[in-house]
Design a protein. Structure first.
Length: 395
């Protein structure tokens, strides 16, 4: 086949799978599961791949809710990534059910094309990546070799508009545990050291710091423990923080400033504080843009009737993702596809409703097509691969 013929072929193949893909998206939406607990989603998605003859490996690389399936025997290797974890209380308010179904559709179509033996086909790796919402599933898989040999990694994320990319921030998590001295709060409070006061002072210090950080930096925290009873001077208190910055390098500088704020609160209250930064899977890098792959995505979006906007020229979708870490390993894209009206933010109850709607169903099918078409560009066009590789090595 010529490239245009192959694109028409995979588009038609996805249309034939439309009912299945929408059913999968609805099923996952009805069964939201938290990070590393996505057993239902794992079984549904791996089962669909099995039914198509793609022989998925379940519990891939000893991650219980990861899976992988591959097709093709030669040529460039494209990884299509599926996310499927949800959020506490508000379920699929990030629309990962749409991500999973769109990735499934692209993988099924590319796998079917590879099975024809047509020379245009390369290799596809359909990778189920759990625990994006704070668990760093992609980082765990990458450490174990899941992205070895990959020429390009592709995924699409729901939003309130079609954007070339998500505006991402590097992020690390921080647990602060304050230790004081208990005493009777009425009879002898002067004999105690109030860990809750230390935590409150640390929180206030960070609140003051927020006035003096860069526009692309964020620090937000919650109290996770504040004592046991009002008549006991709290001997222990704890807070939990997300610290974000525009790049990994600048994040290191911001982390030091946050630490100083929290330690000052402990010093002022006569307490001590233990600061524990999250294990490596929770440290998310910023997303390295890849202009050639972004351009291919935008052209393929136009082919299915969508206009991709430059996030710099409209309202960006701001957040953090473990896809950022993958973009430091291989050329990658993380575009956004509209499932909700403009202004509806991700991680909201309203967005969760839109993630199971007619608009979301269209995004599943369009997203599957755009992923498959972009994979075909990588497979069939050496100029796209070279440009993507050069852009990756330059940034």
């Amino acid at each position: 086949m010529h490239l245009d013929e192959a694109k028409a072929w995979v588009t038609a193949a996805i249309d034939r799978q439309a009912d299945l893909l929408v059913e999968v998206a609805h099923d996952l939406h009805a069964h939201p599961e938290l990070a590393f607990e996505e057993h239902h989603a794992h079984d549904v998605l791996a089962g669909a791949l099995d039914d198509a003859g793609l022989a998925p490996v379940r519990h891939h690389l000893d991650v219980p809710t990861a899976f992988v399936a591959e097709a093709g025997t030669s040529g460039p290797l494209v990884a299509v990534l599926l996310e499927y974890d949800a959020l506490p209380e508000i379920g699929h308010a990030c629309g990962h059910n749409v991500i999973a179904a769109a990735g499934l559709g692209a993988g099924l179509a590319l796998g079917a094309l590879a099975a024809t033996g047509d020379p245009i086909a390369g290799r596809v790796r359909i990778l189920g990546t759990p625990a994006e919402e704070g668990g760093g599933g992609k980082i765990v898989l990458a450490d174990r070799g899941a992205f070895d040999g990959v020429d390009a990694a592709l995924m699409v994320h729901p939003a309130d508009s079609d954007l070339a990319a998500m505006t991402t921030l590097a992020i690390e998590q921080l647990e602060a545990t304050y230790h004081g001295l208990s005493a009777h709060a009425a009879a002898a409070p002067w004999k105690g050291a109030n860990a809750l006061d230390a935590a409150v002072l640390g929180y206030q210090n960070v609140a003051a710091l927020r006035q003096h950080i860069a526009p692309d930096e964020r620090v937000h925290g919650v109290f996770t423990h504040g004592g046991d009873k009002p008549n006991i001077v709290p001997s222990r208190a704890a807070t939990f923080w997300y610290v974000r910055s525009g790049t990994v390098a600048r994040l290191a500088e911001l982390k030091a400033r946050v630490e100083a704020c929290l330690r000052a609160g402990a010093d002022a209250a006569g307490c001590r504080v233990d600061l524990r930064w999250g294990d490596r899977p929770t440290a998310y890098a910023d997303l390295k843009a890849n202009a050639p792959l972004d351009a291919a995505w935008a052209a393929n979006a136009a082919r299915v009737g969508r206009t991709v906007l430059d996030p710099r020229l409209t309202h960006p979708v701001l957040g953090s993702t473990d896809m950022g870490n993958i973009s430091y390993l291989v050329p990658s894209i993380h575009p956004m596809i509209a499932v909700a009206p403009a202004g509806v933010p991700i991680h909201s109850a309203a967005f969760a409703e839109h993630a199971r709607s007619d608009s979301a169903d269209r995004a599943v099918l369009d997203g599957a097509k755009m992923l498959a078409l972009t994979a075909l560009d990588v497979w069939a066009d050496p100029a796209v691969r070279t440009a993507a590789h050069d852009a990756f090595t330059r940034t």
